[in-house]
Design a protein around this ligand. Structure first.
Ligand SMILES: Cc1cc2nc3c(=O)[nH]c(=O)nc-3n(C[C@H](O)[C@H](O)[C@H](O)COP(=O)(O)OP(=O)(O)OC[C@H]3O[C@@H](n4cnc5c(N)ncnc54)[C@H](O)[C@@H]3O)c2cc1C
Length: 542
């Protein structure tokens, strides 16, 4: 008998990403003996700070906190565990090849004044549209922290859920419903073309609204990002919040781990789970790759749905129809990340060198909507676009503690690269991707290529291998309409439960989806706690 078999935990959380840690903290807070098992040597999943050169720390994967639920920050007292965020202002900034830079200031009046310099009409439209979008987003907001409805009307629970949803919309007008539907189904390009005249202003709105998406701005369903980004975030529950996290994104997961441990959870790293132990339909716990067994009454998987159900649970224990639906989840890339340590600060043309550091921190390099769409087209056929869409953050300007005084940190998110290459493989194309990213940055900040001290290129394959993201998908599954809400991860299983009693999904593959929100972890833990009384009773009879 292995050492681990003696104790039966109330709950095991498989994976120490931010959602796993959130779930563990909520479970431990209610007094459940909780164990987190993380395969990597550090906790945090895609919300980490890692050293890529001596003394130079970088948010290697996610890099801006925009949607972290205020309730999670408050409940877990993340501030007391060291979390500090500084609002990004501008919250976004696009430089153009004519040497101009267009910022999106966090304060509406300042944004309007900035847009007026380009188009008075667009600036006026912005006031109206921004208000409309914020109102619509506020209808969706409450759904973030609760399970999606069970649409079956053959049970009391199904009817109660439908009632819950309809109550949320009781104040919505028919015009607003029409608008909401057009956001959920329309394309970003149609929306922007309908409302704005300036190509620069349209490009600015494009810049953060198809983030991580499999699809260009011309694709139906791409307007949904406009609403997602207006869900409130940060400790002050601000709509459209964007935050630099002091200490990098890893400070979020360190704070969550601190909270979980304070409530009594145990966290182990370097413990890859090989199998979720289910025998004859009964959940027993997990088995590590080295054969160690841990017993528990519940398992909450923070791994993505494909990894959880196609790799970790024996297929003989799952219904064929469910497995087929899981196999059909769309993942497939489509992003990469390049992290750079520089010997001098990147000097983006158009930004005065004496501008305040926060105004020298964010630069989204995307020329136009057509450029973005063409980029996606190339990537969707399996090629690496010659010219890339790159989202740059000079993180050391927001937080100088990330690097020694003579070093600078530049993180670069790459939108639109394929997971499956048409020719060759990612191992032999990694440096080509890095070179193309640097070339693109040089068009806007010519001093960057000669200032590079260290470079880390994370292809979609690296995101899969290193961070455990199936097919490199940063959201554990595309955020398309057909994979959202009561259809996430798959229709019929959106309330965190799974066909195995006691097994839950608590990561980004569950509602409401990806991004550093803490919401799936929070919701899954609440669902598990609702079931806990019954599970404990059943366990006694085993
Ligand atoms: C390059 C990149 C950039 C991004 N940028 C942003 C951003 O700026 N802002 C934002 O909000 N979001 C961003 N995201 C998305 C966001 O980071 C993720 O959607 C979110 O962090 C997912 O959190 P999670 O806890 O659900 O899953 P994960 O962070 O994926 O955590 C899952 C954990 O489970 C572990 N695990 C998996 N299998 C096993 C196993 N068998 N045994 C033990 N452990 C296991 C993994 O190692 C991992 O630690 C980005 C993601 C990436 C990859």
């Amino acid at each position: 008998m292995s050492a681990g078999t003696t104790k039966v935990f109330d709950a095991i959380v498989l994976g120490g990403g931010h959602n796993g840690l959130t779930a563990a903290a909520y479970l431990a807070r209610e007094g459940l003996s909780t164990l987190v098992l993380e395969r990597r040597k550090i906790i945090g999943g895609c919300c980490v700070t890692e050293e890529i050169a001596p003394g130079c720390r970088i948010s290697t994967t996610s890099y801006i906190a925009s949607m972290l639920r205020p309730e999670v920050i408050r409940d877990l007292r993340l501030g007391e565990h060291g979390l500090r965020m500084v609002p990004c202002d501008p919250s976004l900034q696009v430089p153009f090849l004519d040497g101009s830079v267009l910022p999106w200031w966090a304060q509406r009046e300042r944004a309007v004044a900035e847009f007026s310099k380009i188009s008075v009409k667009d600036a006026q439209t912005f006031i109206r549209v921004d208000q409309q979008l914020k109102t619509l987003a506020s209808y969706l907001q409450p759904f973030f922290l609760e399970p999606p409805p069970n649409l079956g009307t053959d049970s009391v629970a199904g009817w109660a859920d439908l009632l819950r949803v309809s109550k949320r919309f009781r104040k919505i007008s028919s015009r607003e419903i029409a608008k909401l539907i057009s956001f959920l189904t329309g394309s970003l390009r149609e929306f922007l073309d309908r409302n704005y005249e300036s190509e620069k202003i349209k490009t600015l709105f494009l810049a953060n609204n198809v983030y991580g998406k499999h699809g260009g701005p011309y694709q139906q369903g791409s307007a949904i990002g406009l609403l997602f980004h207006l869900l409130s975030g940060g400790e002050h529950q601000q709509q459209g919040f964007y935050g630099h996290v002091m200490g990098g994104m890893g400070a979020i997961t360190q704070a969550m781990a601190g909270a979980a441990r304070k409530f009594g959870a145990e966290i182990k790293t370097n413990t890859p789970v090989a199998q979720i132990d289910v025998r004859g339909g009964r959940l027993r716990g997990v088995i590590l790759e080295d054969g160690t067994e841990f017993r528990s009454r519940m398992v909450l998987s923070n791994a993505d749905p494909k990894r959880t159900f196609l790799k970790l649970v024996p297929s003989s224990e799952l219904p064929g129809e469910f497995l087929q639906a899981i196999r059909g989840i769309k993942m497939d890339g489509p992003c990469a990340k390049v992290n750079l340590v520089l010997s001098e600060e990147p000097r983006f043309t158009g930004t005065p060198p004496n501008a305040p550091p926060l105004e020298r921190s964010l630069y989204t390099l995307v020329r136009s909507m057509e450029f973005a769409e063409r980029c996606y087209d190339i990537a969707k056929f399996g090629d690496i676009p010659e010219e890339l869409w790159v989202d740059c953050v000079v993180a050391s300007n927001a937080d100088s503690s990330l690097a020694p005084p003579d070093c600078h940190i530049l993180t670069c998110f790459v939108q639109y690269v394929p997971y499956r290459l048409r020719t060759g493989d990612w191992d032999s194309n990694r440096e080509l991707l890095g070179d193309r990213v640097v070339k693109k940055i040089a068009e806007y900040a010519p001093n960057v290529p000669n200032a590079i001290i260290a470079r880390q290129v994370l292809t979609p394959l690296d995101l899969e291998r290193t961070y455990g993201l199936t097919e490199g998908n940063i959201f554990h599954g595309e955020l398309n309409l057909e994979q959202l809400f009561f259809m996430r991860p798959v229709a019929g299983w959106s309330q965190y439960r799974t066909p195995i009693t006691g097994l839950y999904l608590c990561g980004a593959g569950a509602h409401p989806g990806g991004g550093v929100t803490g919401a799936p972890g929070h919701n899954a833990a609440k669902q598990a706690l609702r079931d806990w009384k019954n599970l404990r009773k059943q366990a006694r009879t085993y």
